[in-house]
Design a binder for this molecule. Structure first.
Ligand code: NAP
Length: 213
């Protein structure tokens, strides 16, 4: 049985947890306020899910999902995520996160910043350009005509492969952008951001993305 450690139990974290449980994964989920604040979500998701601290969720996961505001990535536990694949849903909302000059200037990417914080993990971008509720509604079986596609990017091919398998299990095709240095193509306000698109359309939208907004 594969366990996913999820850090962040808000809009995206809870939707990914729901989909993962439906597909037979065990889930250990966490937030900033403590496991006792997640009893309602755990009760809804059922016996495959338990709540924990971020460090415990990270340690329990065969792989992890980090789905917290960008401003919080510096708080994430490093050692329990060592050697693990970490799916990163982050987007940069300067109105919420404060200014990150290296993002404003186009010298960094949101997932690149997480990779820097987690140098011994294998970060892969995932689920950042779909609205949370659509993770539950827009999935379709493999081979469905016009199936929605989502992008990933990673410096580690095995991490992009894991995201590709997971996307497929929860109902989405994948377009692999390549290394994290190219992941700006799917960041906020680019053409591929939170629009419904199949793999061909996503590929086109990634290609025409401007580096800075
Ligand atoms: N909402 C969307 O449709 C959407 C779509 C794509 C990508 N995203 C991106 O995905 C990320 C998560 O978005 P969201 O909408 O799910 O956010 P959200 O609903 O505000 O939930 C954020 C979660 O992160 C937790 N958290 C915050 N700081 C933490 C810390 N230091 N350690 C552990 N957990 C912490 C919060 O816990 P507490 O509540 O206990 O503080 C909460 O469970 C963001 O970067 C967002 O931009 C969102």
């Amino acid at each position: 049985m594969t366990t996913i450690g999820i850090i962040g139990a808000g809009h995206i974290g809870s939707q990914i947890a729901r989909k993962a449980v439906q597909r037979g994964y065990d889930v250990v989920i966490s937030n900033s306020r403590g496991p006792e604040t997640l009893t309602g979500l755990v009760a809804e998701l059922g016996p495959r899910t338990r709540a924990a601290t971020p460090a415990e969720a990270a340690a329990a996961g065969d792989f992890a999902v980090v789905t917290v505001p960008l401003r919080s990535i510096g708080d994430l536990p490093v050692q329990p995520l060592e050697g693990k694949i970490v799916i990163d849903t982050n987007n940069y909302h300067w109105e919420r996160d404060g200014r990150f000059p290296e993002l404003d200037s186009g010298q960094a990417t949101t997932s690149g910043l997480l990779q820097k914080h987690l140098p011994t993990s294998k970060v892969a971008k995932g689920f950042n350009h779909i609205m949370a509720k659509e993770i539950g509604t827009d999935g379709a079986p493999a081979g469905t005509a016009n199936r929605r596609a989502l992008a990933t990017a990673s410096d580690y091919p095995e991490a992009a492969e894991l995201v590709t398998r997971f996307y497929d299990e929860v109902g989405f095709d994948t377009v692999n952008i390549g290394p994290l240095s190219e992941s700006w193509r799917v960041e906020r306000d680019r053409p591929a951001y939170v629009v419904r698109q199949n793999a061909a359309e996503l590929t086109e939208n990634l290609a025409r993305a401007p580096r800075t907004i």
